[in-house]
Design a protein around this ligand. Sequence first.
Ligand SMILES: Nc1ncnc2c1ncn2[C@@H]1O[C@H](COP(=O)(O)OP(=O)(O)OP(=O)(O)O)[C@@H](O)[C@H]1O
Length: 646
Amino acid sequence: MDPSRSQSRGADEGLQDLQDEIQRNTPPIPEQVQIDDSPVYRVERELGWGGFGHVYVGQAISPSTSSDLTGVEAVEVALKFERKGNKGCEGGIINEWKVYDDLGESHGIALPQVHYKGQKGDYYVMVMDLLGPSLEAPLISNFPTPPLEAIACIAVEAISILEKLHSKGYIHGDIKPSNFLLGPPGTPEKKRLFLIDLGLATRWQDPSTGLHIKYNQTPDDFRGTVRFASVHAQLGRTSSRRNDLESLVYTLVYLIRGHLPWQRHQFFQGVSKTLVCKQKMATPPETLCETCPEPYLQLTAFVLNLKFDEEPNYARYISLFRGIIGENPYVWPMHTDFVQERVQLNYDGEPSKEIRKGLKLTQWISVYHVHPPMRQRRGLAFQIFFCFCFWSLEFIYNLPLSCRYFPNLDDEGLLLCIQKGRAEGLYVTSVAYSSPSKSWAVIMDDSASHTAQIYAFSPGSLPKVLFEWLYFGLQCMDWIRDTWSKNYYITGVAGNGGRVLVVMSKDIGIKSVRQSYHVTSTFPFKSIKKKWIEGFHVTSMTTSGSQWVIVLSKGTGFTNQAVELDFQYPAEGIHERLKQGYYITSVAATSDEVAFIFSNIKGMPATANVEQETLQTSTFPDDNMIKEMWARNYYISSLCYGRTIA
Ligand SMILES: Nc1ncnc2c1ncn2[C@@H]1O[C@H](COP(=O)(O)OP(=O)(O)OP(=O)(O)O)[C@@H](O)[C@H]1O
C-alpha cells in the first residue's frame, strides 16, 4: 500500500506505530479458507496489504488434482481479506463485490476474475486470479532506467483498460502503479496489464438514466492515494472519468521519473494533503513532464483540460504514443500486439493550452446580478439580486436603484465614504480589502429593506471563538452583542489582516434570526456542514490575512447551500452550480484559496443559469467596466480580493 493513501489510511509519520497497533488489535487471518463449494485453500505468503485489507496466496489443497494456473480450479489463487466492520474508510471489499456483481462475468475488462466471495471468521474474503508483479518498485527497480517503449506500452494498455471500465459506467478512483499488475506468471497473459482494487470504484453514469451524475463539491471528502490522486478528487469534487486519467498521468510520469514533484510534502499527513494539492496545481505540465518524451506532455495537456462530464478521447491519447512504440515491437515486459493495433490508428485533435500555468495570481473577484428595470418590478424577485437581499423578504415597490462604489480607500477613507453613502440613503452591500494595494473598496446601494445600519472596526482581529446569539442569549463580544440586542444583524464583514470591519443592519425583513460567527485559520467546511444541519446558512464571509471569518444565520430565506473551495478561481464549479440553479451569495479569498457560497432561496426558482456574472480583474473594476455592466442591468453583489490563478 502507498502510505500516503488517505483518508484514515495512515501517515508516513508514525506509520509503524499505527501498523503495530492495528496488528495487536487484528484477529488472526484464518489458516484455511473455503467459500461455498470452492476448493479448500491454505493461506500462504502475503502478497500485499492496503487501506482495506490483506492479500495472500491461497494454495488449493482439495481437490488437489488440478494443475490449472488460472480460473476457478487454479492451484494458486489470490485471497483478499478485509476485516468485518472495518470502519477505516467507505468503500473496500463490499464495494468491490458490488462492482464486480454489477459488471457481470463477461465484462471484458482486464481485471482479475473473482471466483468466490464470502465470509470466514472475522473476515470478508474474495478469491480471485493470482496475478503477477505490480508496476510498483520490483518491476521498476530491476530497470533503473526504465525502457521508454515499455512505459509507452503500459500507457496504451492502461488507457484502454480505463476506456473499457468507463464504458461500463464506472471510474476506478485509485489509479496508481501498485494497482496495475502484470498477468499470471507462466500463462500467456503474463505480459498483459491488469487493473486491481475496485474498492473505491464509483459510478460516473446513472444506470437508470444513462446521464452523467451531478456535480458536487464537499471539500473535506477525499478518498484515494494523495500522491496519485487528481486535484479534483483532493478538492472533494464528485469523481468523474477525468480523475482516473489525471491519476494515470501521474502514474506514468512516476514510472519514467521515479518520483513526482510533490513527494517531499508527504511527510506530514494532514498538512501534506493540502500542500500536495496546492503543489499539483502549481506544477505546470512542462515541469511535471520534465525529461519525459513529448507524448506525456500532450497527454497531460489533454487530460488536465477535461471538463467534469466530458468524454475523454481515449483513441486520441493512445495515438500519441505511436512515435515511441513505433513499428519495432518492444517485447519486454508488455505484449505489443494489441498495443500495435491500437496505436497505429489515426486520430485528430490538439490539446488546449488553457491549463495549469504555475502562476500565482491574486485579483479582485466581483460578482454581478441582473437587476431588472425596477419600476416594472415589485417584490420578492428583486430581492435576490443583492448580496444581503436575503434579509429582506418583504415587498418593495417602485424604487429606482441607486448604486455607488468607492475603491482605493484607506481605513479613514472607508469610514468617510460609508458615512457619505449613508447620508445619501444607501446601505453597504459589499466591502472588501486588497492587501497588495492596502486599500478597501465598498459597494453601497438602496436595494435592501434596512432602516438603519452601523459599522465599526473590531478592536483587533475577531477572537477565535464561536459566539452564538439567541435573543438575550450567551455571553459574547460586547459591541456585537449589544448591537444584536438592538435587533441589528451582521450583514457584512471584511478584514485587512488586522482589524475586521463589521457592518450590522436593522430590519432585515426577518423576525427571528440567530447568528454565529467562526474565525478560523483554514476554511471551516466541517463546521459549516454541521451548522447547515442545525438550519444555519452562511450569510457573510470574508478573510482577514490568512484567517477566514464566516457569519452564519438561522431564519434566513435560504433553503440550501453549497460551497466551492479551490486554490484557483473555480470556473467550472461556478458554471456547474449556476446550471443547478444556485445563486452566488458570498465570496471570499486569501492569497492562496478562494471560496464561493451558493444558495437556493426560498420562493425563488432554482432554474439553471440565473443571470449572474463574475469578473476577475487585477485592479478594482474601472468606471467603464462597471458602467457597461450597469447598462446591461448587472450590479455588483459580492466582492473580494484573493487567489484566482494557481
Ligand atoms: N489478484 C492479485 N494477484 C496478486 N497480487 C495481488 C492481487 N490483488 C492484490 N494483490 C497485491 O495486494 C496488494 C493490495 O491489494 P489491493 O490494492 O486490492 O488492496 P487494498 O487494501 O485495496 O490496497 P490499497 O489501499 O493499497 O489500494 C496489491 O498492491 C498487490 O500487490
